[in-house]
Design a protein around this ligand. Sequence first.
Ligand code: C5P
Length: 227
Amino acid sequence: TKKIVIAIDGFSSCGKSTFAKAIAKRLNYLYIDSGAMYRAVTLEFLRSGLIKDGKVDTSRVDEILKNINISFSYDSDRKEYLTTLNGEVVESEIRSPEVANNVSLVAAIPEVRTRLVELQRELGKEKGIVMDGRDIGTVVFPNAELKIFMTADPLVRAQRRLKELQAKGVDISLDEVLSNIQERDYLDQNREVAPLRKADDAVILDNTNMTVDDQMNWVENLVKSVT
Ligand code: C5P
């Protein structure tokens, strides 16, 4: 069967990465988490003191972007790729509430998007990849053979995310998680550059009442139809 590019976009905390990883595993494809790249840039901006009171100091954006190196290193124990920022594994740092609260702000900066899209296309040069994000089917890989747009009820998404965060020992309430999700949805859909929207040729997957297995059964036929 031929190898394809699978683009998965959708709202925050829809389970995109869980789903994308499961597909990649099943097909023996490479999985790339584009959100992790925006999160890593956000972490660097925070560390450099560029974000204050919900505003980004854009005067040093070019300088920071020039010196930033984001890659994915394979961890054979965890059997996953870990996000690396300038040689440091930052997988857990980029999942912090502080990064989550600021990432949509950073992701709206045109220079940041140009740089990361370039990197994403480079990583996806060889077919046989699953990439998830917000603009993968619309901007990064408009010719992807299979595009999926994921959505789910916001409250269900908040409950799922809360469970995950609590399991990691993060102290946060359902309300806080829900409002972060709603704020990110709003910012992602309403930004000027590459806003979150369904590509015309994307298939919608609403997983409010679906398990990962349900979703895998659903996607299997789709994959067969295009490979
Ligand atoms: O997917 P994840 O929730 O980790 O993404 C974090 C944030 O990164 C999103 O809320 C969005 O602002 C930004 N993002 C983006 N474009 C992508 C992936 C993520 O703007 N392709």
